[in-house]
Design a protein around this ligand. Structure first.
Ligand code: CA
Length: 217
């Protein structure tokens, strides 16, 4: 996942970048607020902002970031009057706050926590599975189940029609497209394989008609 870090103290910036990269993140670092502001459209997965910055400060940055996408997590760091910055930061929608000095490891842990939260809200739960949309897999207690292109498309289709019975021909048209001239049996075959891979999917056959995905929480 891609992180943007804005910190004008070079030594601290380098130290934090090292720790975050070691934990598997891709990090882009900025020395001042204006350069960061110019990259707003990149929409990284998370921003880490110092408050006191040359050119454009952290408060201005968070305002722009949250205007663009209020769901993008932002962590503030500040050496100023910690309590006041924390309150202003929270008011402006920051998701976490670290008063300086702090241990780099603590920043890494907080980044992990926020991104874990982001991942679970983006990826729906289907029964006892998590559908990891970006990685195109199902997850069950950290065991990943690979999906073929059609299996992935089928899950997407059922997710946008929860608790609705879909006929074989609707499924065929949607997933295989109008240009497919094979038999509707392909729907049964593919779904049989999917249910074998993921037997606890709340996906039920409706005899003589089609299928339904039930009660996704
Ligand atoms: Ca600073």
């Amino acid at each position: 996942m891609k992180l943007y870090l804005v910190e004008d103290e070079k030594n601290l910036q380098q130290l934090l970048v090292t720790y975050l990269i070691e934990d598997g993140y891709t990090v882009t670092a900025f020395d001042d607020g204006r350069d960061a502001l110019n990259c707003l459209n990149d929409e990284p997965d998370l921003w880490i902002l110092d408050i006191m910055l040359p050119e454009v400060d952290g408060f201005t940055l968070i305002k722009k970031i949250k205007e663009k996408n209020s769901l993008t997590p932002v962590i503030f760091m500040s050496a100023r009057s910690a309590e006041l910055d924390r309150v202003i930061g929270l008011e402006m929608g920051c998701d976490d706050y670290l008063p300086k000095p702090f241990l780099p490891r603590e920043l890494v842990l907080r980044v992990n926590r926020l991104l874990q939260y982001k991942r679970t809200t983006q990826n729906p739960k289907i029964g006892s599975y998590i559908f990891d949309v970006n990685r195109r897999i199902l997850l069950k207690e950290n065991i990943s189940i690979d999906l073929t292109v059609k299996e992935y498309d089928l899950i997407k289709l059922f997710l946008s029609n929860i608790d609705q019975a879909l006929s074989r021909s609707d499924i065929l048209d949607d997933v295989w497209g109008d240009n497919y001239f094979g038999s509707e049996r392909v729907v049964d075959d593919t779904l049989r394989r999917l249910r074998k891979k993921a037997p606890e999917l709340p996906l039920e056959a409706i005899y003589g008609f089609g299928y339904i995905l039930k009660g996704v929480i």
